[in-house]
Design a protein around this ligand. Structure first.
Ligand SMILES: NC(=O)c1ccc[n+]([C@@H]2O[C@H](COP(=O)([O-])OP(=O)(O)OC[C@H]3O[C@@H](n4cnc5c(N)ncnc54)[C@H](OP(=O)(O)O)[C@@H]3O)[C@@H](O)[C@H]2O)c1
Length: 248
């Protein structure tokens, strides 16, 4: 099994769903994990579950990734707590779906601030320790919607397409320091986010997935483990779709 012994990972949106699976997968392989989410209850639960199995492997940090100053403070706190950072996973994300005719400015801003500015904030906060670390990794969780768009998700699509462009630019800027930066574009993965969709919408999506089933959170955390490990040392600036063939 891939070992992340001696490595420190920061996982935003680590309280639930895909981020919870990523935090647990990295901790199970020996990493110390800073679990970040909006609510203390949520990141605290993931950290408690990890610590129950791997004592001292996780610490919870509750904050809004859209808050630039709070994330800058997080950068200092995580380095003080764990001594450095090797892996940054930007996974925190939200949806505020609606057709453009009805979409409010607030729906646009919340999604862009969380999904896109949140990643800017964390990269700024952790850039120095990542550049100091050996073979550091930045992994951004985008979406197939950022590649193909979706009616009713203009804000979300823009945030995820922006995250992809951001990832490629970060990859170019940090390549000289051997920090890689890649994006994963999940398709439809079973989580609270997708459970909220109606049965009609789910059935329509299922019809567009060649492999004929929805993905599980482990499909994404397995890809994060791969990208964070040494086998992916020569991969940077890429978008890896994990989507059952939706976007082929
Ligand atoms: N599920 C899918 O099919 C799918 C497909 C493509 C891409 N994605 C992307 O994958 C990521 C995870 O999705 P998911 O389905 O696991 O979502 P989820 O179940 O709704 O969980 C989202 C996590 O992000 C955290 N979060 C949201 N806003 C935040 C903020 N402003 N500051 C800090 N943390 C915040 C939440 O914190 P709390 O727990 O405290 O609320 C939660 O832990 C998202 O970026 C999403 O866009 C998901």
């Amino acid at each position: 099994m891939q070992s992340f012994e001696g490595k420190v990972a920061v996982v935003t949106g680590g309280g639930r769903g895909i981020g919870g699976s990523i935090a647990k997968a990295l901790a199970a392989r020996g990493a110390k994990v800073a679990v970040v989410s909006r609510s203390e209850a949520s990141c605290g639960k993931t950290a408690d579950e990890i610590n129950a199995e791997f004592p001292g492997a996780a610490k919870a940090y509750a904050l809004d990734v859209a808050d630039h100053d709070a994330v800058a403070a997080l950068g200092k706190e995580v380095v003080a707590d764990f001594g450095g950072v090797n892996i940054l996973v930007n996974n925190a994300g939200v949806t505020r779906d609606g057709l453009l005719m009805r979409m409010k400015e607030e729906d646009w801003m919340t999604v862009l601030d969380t999904n896109l500015k949140g990643a800017f904030n964390t990269v700024k906060a952790f850039m120095r320790p990542l550049m100091k670390a050996e073979d550091a990794r930045i992994i951004n969780i985008a979406s197939v919607i950022g590649l193909i768009g979706n009616a009713g998700q203009a804000n979300y699509a823009a945030s995820k397409a922006g995250l992809i462009g951001f990832s490629k630019s970060v990859a170019r800027e940090l390549a000289g320091k051997k920090v890689t930066c890649n994006a994963i574009a999940p398709g439809f993965i079973r989580t609270d986010m997708t459970d909220a969709l109606s049965d009609d919408v789910k059935a329509a999506i299922l019809g567009k997935i060649p492999l004929g089933e929805f993905g599980e959170v482990e499909d994404i955390s397995d890809m994060v483990v791969y990208l964070a490990g040494p086998a992916a040392r020569y991969i940077t600036g890429q978008v890896l779709a994990v989507d059952g063939g939706m976007t082929m």
